[in-house]
Design a protein around this ligand. Sequence first.
Ligand SMILES: Nc1ncnc2c1ncn2[C@@H]1O[C@H](COP(=O)(O)OP(=O)(O)O)[C@@H](O)[C@H]1O
Ligand SMILES: [Mg+2]
Length: 584
Amino acid sequence: MIAKLREIYSLLSRAEKRRLWLLLCLMLLATLIEVVGVGSVFPLLQLLSAPERFAQGPVAVRLQALGLTSVREITLLLIGVFAGFLVLSNLLSVLVLSESSRFAWNNWRNVAIRAFRHYLQRPYGFFLGRNSADLTKVVIQDSEFLGYGVLLPLLQIAAKLLVIAALGVTLLAIEPVATLLLLVLFSAAYGAFSLYSHHKVRAVAAASQSGRTRATRVAAEAFRGIKDLKIFDRSDFFVRQFARETAPVPNAERSMFLLGSAPRYYLEAVTIALVLGGLATAVLLQLDLAAWLPSVGLFVVAGYRMLPLFSQGYLNLNTLLARLVMADTMLADLRAHGESAPAPERPAGAAGPVRIALEDVSFTYAGTAAPALRKVSLVLEPGQKIGLLGRSGGGKSTLIDVLLTLLEPQSGGIRMGAAPIDRSNAHRLRSRIGYVPQSIFLLDRSILANIAFGVDEEDADLPAVVKAAAQADIHAFIASLELGYRTLVGEQGVRLSGGQRQRLGIARALYGDPPVIVFDEATSALDAETEAAVMAAIDRLEGKTVVIAAHRLSALRRCDAVYEVRDGRLIHLGRGDALDRGAA
Ligand SMILES: Nc1ncnc2c1ncn2[C@@H]1O[C@H](COP(=O)(O)OP(=O)(O)O)[C@@H](O)[C@H]1O
Ligand SMILES: [Mg+2]
């Protein structure tokens, strides 16, 4: 646990660390005021119970030296001091609450931002093995455990320990024997309980966390696949699954809460038993209770302050333990990859034509035995049109993803011009390639924002967007819309037809005027007429290097060279027009 806390501390920026320590200092101050306030009740009670004896005591002598002689004046003064400290201490407590919650929530935000950036910078291969709903939950919710759920309880525990320690020392100075006795009894009582509960808390926290993660996944999948849910009338199936995944959560949360809160009642019982036992002893021994009143009063006030601290502190500790378990995925991910440098932004402006060569590339997906690419070599000369033909599963998409530097080949490599491409300069290659996949990913924003992808609408180069749309043969359609380029497309472009989505994807790839455009089955899902129109738009791309993957020869008619991709190998077939004529 200590190691994990240190890890979390090391995630804080320097400013955050400074704020953390400032907050602790503020808490210390609040504590001091509180202790002095509690301490001042002792002379007050002494005074009220036995004014004559108090008049000879050390406090009275000092006050008399200051010119306060009458017992009444001194009593009023002490009452005033007591009340003043009480008010001040409560005001400070509110300040501490406000500042610690400010700190914790700001910290949550920073952790969430850092985690979001961290995940986005993982290589593409990382995401092939992870569920997007899980990652969303980690970034939004688990970051809360780490940023808020751990630090706030930790601060609260620290503050409570400070108060308890300070009150303890005060009590120790005034009534050493009774304090020590109580201390031992309390520690034993808490220790016994925590031995049992901490182990259990970890287990139930893990159960609650995994239930929530799986439920999040079910919900995300259901909403993403809403059309299929409707068509197959399967909403109930997902609701039942959701109910099943969330089933362990209430019990786990109840256990966690109970394990944190139950000691309070247990300790209250212990305390009352002690007090009653003490009273009975005093009666039995026929002791003078009046003489004990100040000490008893002191313990009552201190106990009144300390008992809730003990039980809240215990609850905080339980919460802390649980949150540490819940933040495990995130901590492990951050630990495994370390902080990476911010990804370079795609440079603005057009890039010149370029020769790209794949050399003896082999690639095997993680967790699979057979390679998806076996020693593939392919040269893309500037302005050349290359066709990749093959049945589904042959390796076309894998080849293209390697070309896009999304996947890192296990052997072989890529050259751009003469320069070998590696992780450090891969973004330079990517900036020269436009990519159109089979299903276009669309943001739930305007057409403009979708063509000028990842750019604020105000910063988008409108003439370039219009030019790209015209090249993709969709400008006329957009211009016919009431809101034109500001038309919202809906989530995943639900307000557009398949052909329109595809052409938007082409416009996005063309925006920025890259010298190379890659189509991965970009027209395979379209009807013949729409495909022909989209292909005609592709044909008009003069001077660009084009790579087209398709499973129909008809889509590759204009290619200078067509290769078949089968079992991860490339077989040169010939020119597209000759092949098409031969097939016809
Ligand atoms: N993420 C992945 N993990 C494991 N295997 C994969 C993954 N993606 C694709 N494959 C496998 O790699 C092979 C090539 O797939 P792919 O390149 O998508 O073929 P194509 O695009 O020609 O249809 C297939 O056998 C496929 O099952
Ligand atoms: Mg494919």
